[in-house]
Ligand binder design. Sequence first.
Ligand SMILES: *Cc1c(COP(=O)(O)O)cnc(C)c1O
Length: 209
Amino acid sequence: MIKNNNLPLKKIKIIAVTKNQNINVIKKAISIGIKEFGENYIQESIVKIQALKNYKNIIWHFIGKIQSKKTKIIAQNFHWCQTIDREKIAILLNKYRPKNLPPINVLIQINISEEKNKNGVYIKDYKKLAESIYLMPHLNLRGIMAMPAINKNSIDNSIQYKQIKTIFEKLKKRYISVDTLSLGTSFDIKKSLIATSNMIRIGRDIFDK
Ligand SMILES: *Cc1c(COP(=O)(O)O)cnc(C)c1O
C-alpha cells in the first residue's frame, strides 16, 4: 500500500522477476513471502516451475517474447501471460489452455514507444486485439503491459506514461474483467505508479546487490 500526495491508497502487486536466478534464490524469496514470479525464457522457467511444484500458492507470470511453438507450454504452466501482442498467439493460448484449469490471465503488451525492434502491439491495433481476446473462453483479459522507452539524455518519455494510463482507463471502462496495468521495472517505479500502474515487475532491485 502506497500513500502520498500524488497517489491514491491502493493495492500494488509486485512481481519478482527471476530470469537468470536459480531455484535456491526463488526458494529464499518464497520463504520471505514472495508469491508471484515473472519468467522470460521458456526452457529455464519450466525447470523451475517443475522443481517448485509443491509450493501450491506460487503464481507464475510469463513476461518474455512469445513464439507460437511455445504457446502450449505457456498455456499449460503459467497463471498469467503478460506479453500477448498478436491474435495468432491468443488463439493458440486459448486452444492449448487445459480445460481443467481456469482461464489463463492475460495482458496485452503494448509497444508504447512504437520502436520497431520492440515487442508489443502498436497503439492503433490494441482495441481489435482486446475484443478478440475478450471473446475467447479460455483467456481472461486482465489488462495491459508496457515498457516505455528508457529515458535517455534529452528524450522525454513522459508522454508514453500518459498514453498508457489513458489506454488502461479506456479498456477498463469497456471490459469488466480488466483491472491490471503492468507497468514499471526497477528503473521507473515512481513514474509508473503515478501513471496508475498496479503491477510492478522487479528484478534487479530485489535480487542484485
Ligand atoms: C527483466 C524484466 C523486468 C525486470 O527488470 P529489472 O530492471 O531487473 O527490474 C521486468 N519486465 C520485463 C519484461 C523484463 O524482461
